[in-house]
Design a protein. Structure first.
Length: 133
């Protein structure tokens, strides 16, 4: 099971989001398939999965997406924006915020003070779209 923010569900369904970063213990193995939800399936009213994904790579990052590098060299670094797009974020059409800035603000909001702790970079591919979230 992979829980996602509702705004990332469409990015997964479209195939734009192919990476997620997660804190905590390793829960994914290369080749395994997981159902994606926007709410836990045991939540009141029962949540249904919106997609099935297959894990293609799992790596440990000392700091999420080298956040320190982004802060030192600036969020305009091309690699940072490419990786943020894999996370499902897009550049604002006005040029601000960049995909990386959008990713980092969201990641910090989700993980709070642990946002600079080691995390798992989980790369996946869409296997099947199940239904609208």
């Amino acid at each position: 099971m992979i829980l996602c923010k509702p705004d990332m569900a469409q990015a997964i369904r479209d195939g734009r989001k192919t990476v997620t970063r997660r804190q905590g213990k390793k829960r994914w193995n290369v080749g395994s398939e997981h159902l994606c939800y926007t709410r836990p399936p045991f939540a009141k009213g029962g949540a249904k999965p919106f997609a099935r994904v297959r894990i293609v790579d799992v790596k440990r990052e000392k700091r999420p997406m080298n956040c320190t590098i982004g802060l030192i060299y600036g969020p305009g670094d091309p690699w940072m924006n490419v990786e943020a797009r894999r996370e499902g974020f897009r550049d604002d059409l006005s040029g601000r915020p960049t995909a990386w800035e959008s990713f980092w603000l969201t990641y910090r909001a989700i993980n709070g003070v642990a946002c600079e702790d080691p995390c798992w970079r989980v790369e996946f591919e869409l296997v099947e779209v199940l239904e609208a979230p």
